[in-house]
Design a protein around this ligand. Structure first.
Ligand SMILES: [Zn+2]
Length: 329
């Protein structure tokens, strides 16, 4: 029987916000277009509100939150809001459940916003999206909250601490996928010292043990996430898997099981609009075996020799489903 799939990360919302004449059904434009999601058996897809560090970041994030609301209103035949009720009636769902997340807290506050403005922007986005699957403080670069993947040596800043404090108790996980190592460490320390109720996940990250890249998790941080009951979504981007060997994807997926992450492993494919991307060395962005959302069944089938039926179900949907059911119950 084909397994339903949960995926923890795609950039549909920023595609719809930024690209003229963007269409969620356009299979040529974006690899997580609604027809691809349906073909792959995706039952729940997290859609990130992505912004870079930019004076206009708050406006762009609000626009994406509006787009998230509109997507639900305009596509009732195919989409559904993947909140607690959807998760509770999981078996009867036919539509693709969607839930928003925030990738880069620049969407809450640009570099000059006051803390009050940041909090009111946070409340407004949360209000529009109803739930957030996670928040990532940074993207690749540095911002007022901390250091991103490519900013070694920049950790958690005071504004990052304020934001974590504000998130506490709101049932929103913090995402380590775009932190510098020092920021990841700072987040974990701040949560522990202040005894904050903030779950820790990595929504779309691979393992540095398998492919040495700053965008990937060290085993130390991966094990911290596992130990804390979080989830880890494996990323399909070629640059973060292995530039030349497509099958390395399976090694990343299995590595998580090897470090006792059988309750943590998920998919976090990271499909985005690639046509305006500056760096030609990134092409092709994805290997054919994982080039769009229709590919999950094939990937799961390939893993049948290595994983038990239960572990395949864990990876495909159960880990993510159980995580959010427990968080939002
Ligand atoms: Zn990302």
């Amino acid at each position: 029987m084909r397994l339903p799939v949960v995926d923890l990360h795609c950039d549909m919302l920023s595609y719809l916000a930024k690209v003229p004449a963007a269409n969620p059904y356009s299979k040529d434009d974006i690899a997580c277009a609604i027809p691809w999601l349906k073909a792959g058996g995706v039952r729940m897809q997290v859609m990130a509100i992505y912004t870079d560090v930019n004076p206009e970041s708050m406006k762009l994030a609000s626009k994406q939150a509006d787009i998230f609301q509109n997507l639900l209103e305009e596509n009732l035949m195919d989409l559904a809001y993947a909140g607690p009720d959807f998760l509770a009636n999981w078996k009867n769902q036919k539509n693709v459940g969607i839930i928003a997340s925030v990738e880069n807290a620049a969407g809450f506050g640009n570099e000059t916003a006051t803390l009050d403005e940041i909090k009111s922007q946070f409340d407004s986005i949360l209000d529009k999206c109803k739930k957030l699957a996670y928040i990532s403080l940074t993207h690749h670069t540095e911002n007022r909250f901390g250091g991103g993947n490519y900013t070694d040596g920049i950790g958690l800043k005071d504004d990052g601490k304020h934001l974590l404090d504000y998130m506490a108790g709101k049932k929103i996980p913090i995402d380590l996928s775009h932190t510098s190592d020092l920021l990841a460490e700072g987040i974990l320390n701040h949560i522990d010292t202040e005894k904050l109720d903030v779950p820790v996940i990595a929504s779309h990250s691979n393992f540095r043990e398998i492919w040495n890249h700053r965008r990937n998790l060290t085993d130390e941080f991966a094990k911290e996430i596992i130990y804390r009951g979080g989830i880890i979504g494996v990323n399909f981007l070629r640059a973060f898997l292995d530039n030349d060997v497509p099958e390395r994807l399976f090694e990343h997926l299995l590595h998580g099981f090897h470090i006792k992450g059988e309750k943590a492993m998920c998919f976090g494919a990271d499909f985005f609009y690639t046509k305006n991307f500056g760096d030609p060395s990134r092409i092709p962005f994805y290997f054919p075996l994982a080039e769009n959302s229709s590919k999950y069944p094939g990937l799961l089938e390939h893993l049948e020799t290595d994983l038990s039926d239960q572990h395949l179900a864990n990876l495909a949907y159960e880990n993510a489903l159980n995580f959010y059911k427990k968080l939002w119950k």
